[in-house]
Design a protein around this ligand. Structure first.
Ligand code: B12
Length: 215
């Protein structure tokens, strides 16, 4: 555990110090740290801490927004080195990805998008606050194999179930594999709504999409 990086990211997230976060991330990369580890093992826990403080009313919405800016800055710094290692060109399946209706959280979804792309998937990223039928329309238009949904809010999670229900009711369920993920989403929830796959982080998102592409 690189204590110094963790401290710097914690401070930066707490104070909205985007430049400090970017500098600490650059130092960590220069020291040979893996860019995805920086994201998953350092940034994500810091964001979780910020979320917990928000949940306890110790900090407020502007603080969350500052932490989000810090997360975006870290991702910007690590992105080129992730792309450098890419295995693009493997011609894997097409994934239609988005954050479900009512939800604007996109930091995790964007990481999933990046890792899928660098692993050779064609990603149609619909952004955030995506209505159920927009996922289906895009999957039809792009002849996608997988629909992947992200949700960070317990209030937006039900739209994942709604999409699957809509596919079943229109006789289209077999046309796509459905993958779900995001903070409050669990393997149990995924199973209960009849999703084909779940990933706890962006690496697992790639693994599950790989597995479902060959099935
Ligand atoms: C940053 C943040 C924000 C930012 C988001 C900015 C942005 N552009 O994304 C802003 C300030 C906008 C925000 C707003 C709100 N937020 Co907010 N936010 C957070 C915070 C602190 C971090 C989220 C984050 O980016 N984490 C880091 C990323 C990398 O992790 P991740 O998203 O989980 O993604 C990883 C995995 O889950 C997975 N994954 C993600 N998507 C997918 C998809 C697939 C298919 C797969 C396989 C995997 C996968 O891979 C990713 C990489 O490892 C969380 C706390 C937390 N612990 O998550 C609260 C949190 C999610 N927010 C919360 C709340 C309440 C809100 C607001 C309602 C606050 C308000 N009063 O307005 C609004 C909602 C706005 C809306 N309609 O969406 C609550 C939700 C509580 C709940 N039970 O639903 C949380 C948990 C904080 C808390 N403890 O109270 N928020």
């Amino acid at each position: 555990m690189n204590r110094e990086l963790l401290d710097k990211l914690q401070d930066a997230a707490a104070n909205g110090e985007v430049e400090k976060a970017a500098a600490a991330t650059k130092e960590a990369l220069a020291a040979g740290m893996d860019p995805i580890d920086i994201f998953e093992n350092y940034l994500v826990p810091v964001m979780d801490q910020v979320g917990e403080k928000f949940g306890r009313l110790e900090i407020f919405l502007p603080d969350l927004m500052m932490a989000a800016d810090v997360a975006k800055a870290v991702k910007e710094v690590i992105e080129p080195s992730i792309k450098d290692r890419a295995t693009i060109g493997e011609g894997r399946s097409c994934v239609v990805l988005g954050t479900v209706m009512g939800d604007v959280h996109d930091i995790g979804k964007n990481m999933v998008s990046l890792l899928l792309e660098v692993n050779g998937f064609k990603v149609i990223d619909l952004g955030t606050n995506v209505p159920v039928f927009d996922f289906i329309k895009a999957a039809e238009k792009e002849q996608a194999q997988i629909i992947a949904m992200s949700s960070l809010l317990t209030t937006s999670m039900p739209y994942m179930a709604e999409l699957i229900k809509a596919l079943e009711e229109t006789g289209k369920r077999k046309n796509w594999k459905v993958v779900v993920g995001g903070g409050p989403v669990s393997p149990e929830w995924a199973k209960s709504i009849g999703a084909d796959g779940y990933g706890k982080d962006a690496r697992e998102a790639v693994e599950v999409c790989r597995r479902l592409s060959v099935e």
